[in-house]
Design a protein around this ligand. Structure first.
Ligand SMILES: C[S@@+](CC[C@H](N)C(=O)[O-])C[C@H]1O[C@@H](n2cnc3c(N)ncnc32)[C@H](O)[C@@H]1O
Length: 230
């Protein structure tokens, strides 16, 4: 297990909004650490300034790695790649012939991701499509099954991404959806901006969707896991 002291700045570790520093430290001390390439990517991304807050939490990356390693997807999809931290975690856990389709609209941010995929030796497993994710998903062949999906892009698009993915989800497939607690704003009646309303609507939709089982986890900014039941 690598030492946690390499990533000392709290911001770089993206502490969950409801955890105090001591408890978060304890969690990280008892969780596998990102490898050297991932740590370097966390550093590089933090140098981008405020936007670095879009990167998923360190422990969440390890959690994604675990999920993907257990599911062993032939085909995984990521909606929202940014500088590549979550995609690295997913790609590292793919089985030998597994592929990851990354969807993003930013050439600039994903150029960082591309660099780190090369460094980590997973570039050949990943196809990046720069276009609105809705188009990329709609362009998949009708019979293409998705075994794992991670949704972490524009909040207003979540419902459409979810619908496209649920209809293609394989029997053993899983969807992981990020930011479902939206810094706690989902339960704050005073907040009614577009993103918060989109997150609330999305969460309500999934909770009543009879095609699936779901669980909302309090990791990172909230992560919902979804599995088809019919
Ligand atoms: C929260 S960040 C993703 C963070 C990433 N998962 C990580 O762990 O580093 C959201 C990303 O979604 C992308 N995005 C925004 N709107 C999009 C759209 N309509 N289609 C695809 N990607 C989009 C942004 O360019 C940004 O890179």
């Amino acid at each position: 297990m690598q030492n946690n002291s390499n990533i000392s700045d709290e911001k770089k570790r993206r502490r969950s909004f409801f955890l105090d520093e001591k408890l978060f430290e304890y969690i990280l001390d008892h969780t596998s650490q990102p490898d050297e390439t991932q740590q370097s990517l966390i550093e590089t991304t933090s140098e981008l300034g405020k936007v670095s807050a879009m990167q998923i939490a360190q422990d969440q990356g390890v959690f994604l790695y675990m999920l993907v390693a257990a599911i062993r997807p032939d085909f995984a999809v990521e909606i929202g790649t940014f500088t590549g931290y979550s995609s690295l975690a997913i790609a590292k856990a793919l089985p030998e012939n597994g592929k990851l389709l990354c969807c993003d609209v930013s050439e600039e941010w994903t150029s960082v991701a591309n660099r780190y995929w090369e460094k980590a030796g997973v570039a050949e497993k990943i196809e990046l499509v720069i276009a609105p994710a809705k188009e990329t998903l709609a362009n998949l062949p009708d019979n293409k099954k998705i075994d794992f999906a991670f949704i972490d892009a524009d909040k207003g698009g979540y419902l459409e991404y979810y619908e496209e993915i649920v209809s293609r989800l394989s029997d053993h497939g899983l969807i992981a959806v990020d930011n479902v607690l939206w810094s706690g704003k989902v339960v704050d009646a005073e907040v009614s901006d577009d993103d918060t309303v989109s997150m609330r609507n999305f969460n309500d939709y999934v909770a009543q969707d009879e095609r699936v089982s779901s669980v909302m986890l309090s990791i990172g900014d909230g992560l919902t896991l979804v599995k088809r039941t019919n």
